[in-house]
Design a protein around this ligand. Structure first.
Ligand code: PLP
Length: 449
């Protein structure tokens, strides 16, 4: 019997990324409020939010300073836009701060309202750049199988997951997918991580050559894959592929929508992975998700090409009503101030060894094939047989069952395709709460076994 709110929900809402048939039977989990790393349902039951919402509420749920920043900006100038040369101080100040903290040279910042729009913008800017440079054939974009970059038509084409393509008539032509850098699943018997990385780089090189390097414009990757399974790339992966991209003058975009702002114990994932992309996509934790905001960084050569195009054709024809929304920008400015003042990124790095030790210990569990992470993100994979890495029938929904048991224990974690479970708590999680998270997950795994 569904509660009143749950019954009204199933009569009215389409839930994103949800089995719509199943939720009609089970009803949704209706949350009412949050405090710190905890969220509470309508019966007042607490859950440790082990996913920071959707990899985003880095500063937890009750940050009054963020609320104040939003309230102040709403009272002062609740909306203005950046079209036709109009501006406002929150967008200017936020862009300045982002330029300061970005680990790569940034000429300008373009704001969006989500990660999907940020990656859509990356696709369009890459095409625009190559038209401006007089190389109209250089348009293909390579992403990775299991990479996640969003759901708009272009960003879903970048995404490398079957659920985003099957029955959606995607990916669009010109969107290609390279191998997923997952050592546990992709390496040959006895192949070291470094050797696997070198092989993937050689395969990428051959792939680009087959496609014709003059037609390949960009490569996009998450420093650590999120929705594709919380997958950490093998040692040396980015160091091996970056020279391949440079050889063919391919724009390298780091999708920092999850990894940006401290998740890996560094400001951006690119730093943790030792890469220097041309551009970053960001969203989520830039406001700790208190307001929707995303964006991309624009490198100087791209900006110069955009300037030239404006001189030739006039208007730069891209942007949405909410690009640089002043309230979202004000919240982001405050969030970044808190990250710096409260040493949130350094704190994540300090807590990471404890988090990773507890995660690695789960690899001893009879159901767990892989348990691996970096910083305060981790993924584990449930297998039917550890020695052979044989998986359960996907229809059995074993990881989904484990996540349901975790919810019963008062812990929110997320199951992903391939019987993977992701962990991504708010960066403000305390050490004893890390223990609570893993104790509860361990009990959920025991019940699943
Ligand atoms: N890129 C990555 C790495 C993501 O994890 C996500 C969302 O989870 C996106 C892009 C899309 O962001 P949004 O859901 O804000 O459109």
């Amino acid at each position: 019997m569904l509660s009143n709110l749950a019954a009204r929900d199933v009569e009215t809402l389409i839930h994103p990324y949800t089995n719509l048939a199943l939720v009609r039977e089970t009803g949704p989990l209706v949350l009412e409020r949050g405090h710190g790393v905890w969220v509470y349902d309508t019966d007042g039951r607490p859950y440790l939010e082990g996913m920071a919402g959707l990899w985003c509420t880095a500063l937890g749920y009750s940050n009054e300073e963020l609320v104040e920043a939003a309230r102040d900006q709403m009272a002062r100038l609740p909306f203005s836009h950046l079209f036709s040369g109009r501006s406002h101080d929150p967008a200017i100040e936020l862009a300045e701060t982002l330029k300061e903290i970005a680990p790569i040279p940034v000429s300008k910042v373009f704001f969006t309202s989500s990660g999907s729009e940020a990656n859509d913008t990356q696709v369009k800017l890459t095409w625009y750049l190559n038209n401006a440079l007089g190389r109209p054939r250089k348009k293909k974009i390579i992403a990775q199988r299991k990479g996640y970059h969003g759901v708009t038509v272009a960003s879903a084409s970048l995404t490398g997951l079957p659920a985003n393509h099957a029955d959606w008539d995607l990916p669009l032509p010109g969107f290609l997918h390279a191998a997923c850098p997952h050592h546990y699943r992709g390496a040959e018997a006895g192949e070291s991580e470094e050797a696997f990385s070198a092989r993937l780089a050689a395969e990428l090189d051959a792939f680009i050559q087959r496609e014709d390097p003059d037609t390949v414009a960009a490569f996009i990757a998450e420093p650590v894959m999120g929705a594709g399974g919380a997958i950490v790339p093998p040692k040396g992966y980015f160091a091996a592929i970056q020279p391949v991209l440079a050889r063919y003058d391919i724009r390298f975009i780091a999708d920092e929508v999850i990894c940006g702002f401290g998740r890996l114990g560094t400001w951006f994932g690119a730093e943790a992975m030792g890469v220097r992309p041309h551009s970053l996509s960001f969203a989520k934790a830039v406001t700790s998700a208190y307001m929707p905001l995303g964006g991309v960084t624009v490198e100087e050569p791209l900006y110069q090409a955009m300037l030239d195009e404006s001189r030739k054709i006039g208007t730069f024809g891209h942007g949405t009503t909410y690009s640089g929304h002043p309230v979202a920008c004000a919240v982001a400015i405050k969030a970044l101030e808190i990250y710096r003042r409260d040493r949130i990124v350094e704190g994540a790095a300090e807590k990471a060894p404890h988090f990773q030790r507890r995660l690695s210990a789960l690899a001893e569990h009879p159901l767990v094939g892989e348990a691996r992470g970096v910083g305060l993100i981790g993924g584990l994979e449930i297998v039917a047989d550890k020695a052979s890495k044989r998986q359960y029938d996907p229809k059995a929904g074993v990881a989904a069952r484990c996540v349901a048991f975790a919810q019963g224990e008062g812990l929110i974690v997320r199951f992903l395709a391939g019987d993977r479970i992701a962990l991504c708590p708010p960066l403000v999680i305390a050490p004893d709460e890390i223990d609570t998270l893993f104790d509860r997950l361990g009990r959920a795994l025991d019940r699943t076994a």
